[in-house]
Design a protein around this ligand. Structure first.
Ligand code: NDP
Length: 337
């Protein structure tokens, strides 16, 4: 059983040295347990937070412990009455090949519902995040301008597509020409601006001629600074993530923007609200699942996965996620379906 452990806490961007691959015998299920084999491992930005011991909404991974993560796993052996060999389940097995479970927290996957890995993305935590953040906090109205950062990623791509379904004008922000082209040509966004361009603030302003009514925040940093002056009166800002600062080791350089931010929020009556998806909306997952399944069945959702083979490649892939190297939902394929 290969397992990837947190070897040490990163200072700044994680490196390969912060992870350790070790090997233990494959465990044997006791009565009431199942043996799960990881087929897909989800890699998500929140894992950076778990690598640190700074105070957060969830406990850190201990040094020497297995890195946490959602998985699609196959039942390899069962001593549990509700599961049989071959069942596919959504689990939280972490970065390892095999795990034991007593069945708590497992969700059986319906083989009719498209690719099993969708349970980690479009139909899972990231899709649910996009749906609740945009609709419950963003409250987009037809004709409004919605801007979303990390626009081709697991969350952002779904935010923009739902906003289009609601009749909004959608402007994405993404890193590089290929991602921007994909956002417009495949995802159907009205425009997409490259945040790495030298004149990014000017390009964004030009693409948002009527200002911004909803800004779905995934990034923070320089991207938010370009967005802030464009926010309209009564704009809504679902604050989902701030990936640009997850590797930060101190305060950013330059002037203190806090007073001008506060003044802008006040004078423009802007609503900025953070949320933690399962803590705040867990009970509404069935509602999301039903509506998203309908959109998928009707061919209304495009979804791109960035699938990397081999559990041993998880650390490098995760390091890349924090640098924008992924193109679509990042998933490790660690075994056969
Ligand atoms: P993505 O699939 O979007 O991948 C991360 C992307 O972030 C990268 O591809 C890159 O896109 C962008 N990025 C990385 N570093 C930077 C940077 N320094 N500046 C600007 N962009 C950067 O990830 P997810 O869709 O899974 O997550 C998106 C956000 O949502 C994250 O902030 C995450 O923490 C948050 N989240 C929050 C949840 C909640 O409950 N609040 C739940 C789930 C996710 P590009 O190349 O386009 O810049």
């Amino acid at each position: 059983n290969r397992r990837i452990l947190l070897a040490s806490r990163p200072h700044g961007a994680p490196t390969a040295a912060n992870f350790k691959l070790d090997q233990t015998p494959v465990p044997v299920p006791a009565a009431g347990q199942v043996l799960l084999r990881t087929v897909y491992l989800s890699l998500d930005p929140y894992m950076r937070g778990r690598m640190s011991d700074a105070p957060s909404y969830a406990a850190p991974v201990e040094v020497g412990a297995i890195m946490v993560g959602g998985t699609v796993s196959k039942v390899e052996a069962s001593e549990h009455p509700d599961y049989k060999v071959g069942d596919l389940v959504l689990s939280y097995s972490g970065w390892q090949d095999y795990a034991l479970s007593d069945g708590k927290g497992l969700t059986r996957l319906d083989p009719k519902l498209g690719r099993p890995s969708y349970a980690l993305g479009l139909l899972g935590m990231p899709g649910f995040t996009a749906y609740m953040g945009l609709l419950d906090i963003g409250q987009p109205q037809a004709g409004e301008t919605v801007v979303v950062a990390a626009a081709t990623g697991a969350v952002g791509s779904v935010v923009g597509q739902i906003a289009k379904l609601k009749g909004c004008r959608v402007v994405g922000i993404a890193g590089g020409a290929d991602k921007c082209k994909y956002a417009v040509e495949e995802l159907g966004f009205d425009a997409c601006i490259d945040h790495r361009a030298a004149d990014f603030p000017q390009q964004l302003a030009a693409a948002c001629g009527k200002g911004i009514d909803v800004y779905f925040e995934n990034v923070g940093g320089a991207v938010f600074e370009a967005v802030l002056p464009l926010l309209n009166t009564r704009a809504r800002v679902p604050l989902c993530g701030m990936i640009a600062s997850y590797n930060a080791t101190g305060k950013p350089e330059g002037p203190d923007h806090l007073p001008s931010l506060m003044r802008r929020l006040l004078t423009r009556r802007i609503k900025l609200q953070g949320f933690i998806i399962f803590d705040d909306y867990g009970q509404r997952y069935p509602e999301f699942f039903k509506e998203m399944s309908g959109w998928i069945a009707a061919g209304k959702m495009k979804y791109r996965e960035d699938i990397i083979d081999g559990l041993e490649n998880a650390p490098q892939a995760f390091i890349g996620l924090l640098e924008g190297k992924n193109f679509g939902k990042l998933v490790i394929r660690s075994g056969d379906e």
